[in-house]
Design a protein. Structure first.
Length: 226
């Protein structure tokens, strides 16, 4: 009788543990990225798990997101960016002209912009450019492309989702923003000298760019508080 009781208890415990996937929030499903796991689960060290692998450093409400075990600063709402650990709204330069800039001249161009508000313009980071993406889930804010202000390595962060969506069929931003095209960011590629990240909205493609390559620029600044 004692043996039967022990067996029933053990089977019951195993059933509970099965429901909780080993009682540790982990399962044996191998993975390479979050999308291969069940909804709201994460890929960490090659296996799916319930807990985000970069908590507590990555908290969505503090404008960070987790992708494939990597932390990257990116706000989950469009047209916002991280500032002091919080998401704040951005104001973008009116549709720019056709002039192209290398990295150094792009920085100067944005810094030299001025108007009566007195708010400083700057060359946007790659996360700030991503805040404009519309209609391409992989590159939108919180999408599975790993490149963001907290993750700028080409080898670690530039996953296949950074290729974006179908090229040329549409512009992956709001039509009110004007002509579509590729734009330079201020974010360096950590493991490639003299390269910076760029985003081509014709395919929502995030890629590295030589610093001396002429490229389009759209400057940004923090929206004035009311």
């Amino acid at each position: 009788m004692r043996q039967i009781t022990v067996m029933v208890f053990a089977l019951g415990w195993l059933s509970i543990c099965g429901l909780w996937l080993g009682c540790s929030g982990q399962e044996d499903t191998p993975c390479e990225r979050d999308s291969e796991c069940r909804q709201d689960w994460f890929c960490a060290e090659g296996f799916c798990q319930e807990t985000a692998p970069c908590e507590p450093a990555c908290l969505a409400e503090l404008c960070e997101a987790c992708s494939n075990g990597l932390c990257r600063s990116i706000c989950l709402k469009q047209d916002q960016a991280c500032r002091g650990g919080l998401c704040e709204r951005l104001e973008w330069q009116d549709a720019p002209g056709l002039e192209l800039f290398d990295h150094v001249s792009a920085l100067s161009h944005c810094q030299d912009l001025a108007d009566e508000s007195g708010l400083a313009w700057r060359l946007p980071s790659i996360a700030e450019l991503r805040s404009l993406v519309v209609g391409c889930p992989a590159s939108e804010p919180g999408g599975e492309c790993g490149v963001g202000d907290g993750c700028l390595s080409s080898s670690d962060c530039n996953n296949e989702q950074c290729a974006g969506c179908v090229y040329g069929e549409t512009c992956y931003w709001h039509p009110m923003l004007g002509p579509c095209g590729p734009f330079r960011s201020s974010s360096p590629v950590d493991d490639q000298a003299d390269k910076h990240w760029a985003l081509d909205f014709r395919g929502a493609t995030i890629t590295s760019l030589e610093s001396d390559t002429p490229y389009s620029v759209r400057c940004v600044r923090w929206e004035a508080s009311n």
